[in-house]
Structures are given as structure tokens and as C-alpha cells.
Design a protein around this ligand. Sequence first.
Ligand code: OGA
Ligand code: NI
Length: 353
Amino acid sequence: MVASWPEPIVSVQALSQTGLSTVPDRYVKPAHQRPVYNSDQSGLDMEVPVLDMRDVWRKPEGLKRVRNACEEWGFFQVVNHGVDHALMESVRGAWREFFDLPVEVKRKYANSPDTYEGYGSRIGVVKDAKLDWSDYFFLNYLPSSIRNPSKWPSQPPKIRELIEEYGEEVRKLCEKLVETLSESLGLEPNHLMKAFGGEDKVGANLRANFYPKCPQPHLTLGLSSHSDPGGITIVLPDEKVAGLQVRRGDCWVTIKSVPNALIVNIGDQVQILSNGIYKSVEHQVVVNSGMDRVSLALFYNPRSDIPIGPVKELLTEDRPALYKPIRFDEYRLLIRQKGPSGKNQVDSLLAST
Ligand code: OGA
Ligand code: NI
């Protein structure tokens, strides 16, 4: 396992604050990866579905809409999700304050590529790779045995408490969502959670993302195109600044976030468990020249030490198992070594390859 970065780490926020007028070459993406903005494709619905938890939770009609969103988009926004709106605002504000601390303070939490825990500015260890226009803080949340708040920021003063409070509320939402996904696949309500290894054994990580404003946003990306390796992801977006784009056929659709909504997306493990019925869809983040953007992603993952493969009840003669089972810890290692790569990584597990 690689223990250090191949090049010195540069805080993108600090770089942006120098007021530079061009993007350094390290961040200039090749032409085919540069952002494209919604080119309207007639006929196709171009808005990520918005679901109300009160309409979908244990409601047959609602479950159909969940299924449709997960098959078609791999993404939806959810409202009436049960997470307190004031808490969402406070935790996002606390992270904003953390990123606004001097870079010397944040460097005390500098991460390394063996665990990624802490403050960082790159993903992947490939030397001379083109980098993303963002900084982040990554921490372990579940199982509680690997939670180590002493590695979390200690400033602003309330941030650790807020992370725990927010984490608890999102954990409850994830439990409901996993049940909802299970039912929407036609499985028993607790089937998918059992396949995840049980609610007291699941894993969760939090990543706070900071996307500084950028002098030439059309040349770079805040986060390169990727699919999330885990189970499901809950994104708390910036309240003012859009940037998350979802792949839709040959287009990229920018999510217009509904006030107080959370964004939910299917990760590779749910694609595997559902035998490809639900899609872990590629997404990326674009930046802009006017405003910084903050987002919080909570990754809710299956237990990492059990094989994850397609659920038997979803296999048919016409649709045999598409993927070979793999443990999540092994899968994550593969991805961390490779760094972000556009193509949905799960394809490397195709049973036919
Ligand atoms: C991620 C991610 C989206 C965002 O952290 O995996 O896709 O809006 N984040 O920051
Ligand atoms: Ni993501």
C-alpha cells in the first residue's frame, strides 16, 4: 500500500486565493474531459427526479417512482427526508468555516493515500496525473469502532458535535432508503439491509468537499467523472451554487437543487446487489469563476468484510448473475489505487470478463 503522495500537495483553495488569472497546467483537463453544459436533447426528461419521502416510504405507487429513478437516473433528490433543515445549514456552515481557516491549520490534518482520512487535495497516486479543482476532508463515521473524532477538525468549536448529529440523522435516513430500495426491487423490506451485512455492521464515511472559484472553469473540473464505489450516497449540496452534473446518455445534466432537499445516488455496490437493475451513474462537478462551493457527501456502504454479489432472488434464466462477488474492502482498494476514472468501475467485475 502506498503511504505517500507522488508530488507535494497544493491546497487548491490557497491557489485560488492568490487571485491567479489562469489555471495551472496540472488542472487543465484534456479537451474530451472538459465540462459540457446541458445541451437540450429533445424527448428526454432532463431533470433529476424529486421524490417526497412521505409519498414513497412503504407506498406501492411511490416505490414505482423510486424504481424508475434508480433504473433511469441512478439519482434522485429527496424532500421531507427527516433531516433537520437547520442542522443541514449548521453543518455546512461549520465546514465552510473549517475550510476558511489558514492553510497551516488545515495541514495539521493532512491525509495520506493509505486511509485518505483527513484533509486532502487529490485522489489517486498516479504521478503527473491531472488534478481536480477542489480540496476535501474525509472521515470515517461507521462502524463506530473506526470512528475517531480526534482526527476530525477541532475548529470551529461545534464542528465535531455537528458532524455526529448530522451523521445520526443521515444514518436513519439511509436505513429507510435501503428498506425503500429493497421493496422497490420487489424484495422483502429487510432483504437489502441483510445483504449489506446488517445495520449495525454497515460502514459510512463523510467527505466535505470545497470547490474554490476558478479563473477558467471551462478548462477543469471540481471533481472528475466517477461513480461512487459504495452502497448509496447522500449529498448535501451548496445552498446557492450548483455544480453537480449527472451523466444522461451523451449529456451532462446539472442538478438544480430544490431548497432543503438532499441528493441520493446509487453506488456500485447497489448496482452489483441489484444485478444491474439499479445503475451507479457517473457524475462530476463543474466549478465557476464567481463563487466557492461546499458540499457534504455521506457514503453509506455495506459491511466491508463479506462478499457482495447479486441478490439470488433477482436472478432469472434470462438475467443470470452479471457480476462476480467481491468484498467492499477489496473493491475500494482497487479504486483507490486507480484514482477516479470515468467509466463505471463495476464493469471490471462483469462475470463474462
Ligand atoms: C462525491 C461527489 C458531489 C458534490 O463526493 O463523490 O460526487 O456535489 N460529490 O460534491
Ligand atoms: Ni460521487
